[in-house]
Design a protein around this ligand. Structure first.
Ligand SMILES: O=C1O[C@H](COP(=O)(O)O)[C@@H](O)[C@H](O)[C@H]1O
Length: 226
């Protein structure tokens, strides 16, 4: 069962998570030349990205990639790559390498093949969660959700067409999240807290986050009610 760390506010969560991510990357880099950090998109991670960018880490030995991406050009307002470039790859973190997931491709097959072709299993994966219980872009009701939650698949990434959210997505599979060295999930707000508790109590495809975390018993959850 993942361990949960509760904080009085979203700001306190950001501070604690920033320290934890920094310490984890430092520990990983004490034992290997390079580390791969996979980060989520959306809006919630912006304060964490800004805090991490101010950490004096050996960013030149870190590759940042994405847990999931919307299939939109890299200058689109909904692009997670744009979010990362704007808020994380600044300050000290300018020297990190960045591997975006979405690249222009003629077909869906070429798109997923190019993303998988340059993919490396992350040493540390940072997850978020939507109020519908999706994490990464593993959305409830998506046609490819069963493949995305297949614990035995070797596929690290797959395409997802969310039934109730904009844009086709590229997402890490639950199996690839489970293969990550470490997994931290952060959420803020009572609504997300209630969904997460329900998902953990009875893992089901209705709340993909529960099924994902069931495959990551050593994952850690960072949460606040505000
Ligand atoms: O669409 C997405 O949503 C989730 C949750 O976003 P948030 O802003 O509510 O935290 C995010 O984790 C995922 O990476 C993103 O593409």
């Amino acid at each position: 069962m993942p361990q949960t760390h509760r904080f009085p506010s979203a700001d306190a969560t950001t501070l604690a998570l920033c320290e934890r991510v920094s310490a984890t990357l430092t520990a990983i880099l004490a034992g290997q030349d390079r580390a791969v950090l996979a980060v989520s998109g959306g809006r919630s991670p912006i304060p964490l990205f800004r805090a991490l960018a101010q950490q004096d880490l050996p960013w030149h030995r870190i590759t940042v990639t994405l847990v999931d991406e919307r299939c939109v050009p890299s200058d689109h307002r909904d692009s997670n790559a744009r979010l990362v470039r704007t808020h994380l790859l600044t300050g000290y973190a300018t020297s990190a390498a960045f591997r975006p997931l979405w690249l222009q491709a003629a077909t869906a097959e070429a798109l997923i093949a190019s993303a998988i072709g340059q993919w490396q299993t992350p040493d540390l994966t940072l997850l978020g969660m939507g109020e519908d219980g999706h994490t990464a872009s593993l959305f409830p009701g998506a046609a490819t959700l069963p493949a995305g939650l297949d614990a035995d698949t070797a596929a690290p990434l797959l395409l997802v067409d969310p039934p109730a959210a904009p844009h086709r997505r590229i997402s890490m599979t639950a199996a690839e999240i489970a293969r990550s060295g470490q997994v931290f999930l952060s959420i803020a707000g009572a609504a997300k807290q209630a969904v997460l508790e329900q998902a953990l109590a009875s893992p089901s495809p209705h709340w993909p986050v529960g099924a994902v975390l069931a495959g990551c018993p050593a994952a850690e959850i960072f949460s606040s009610l505000t």
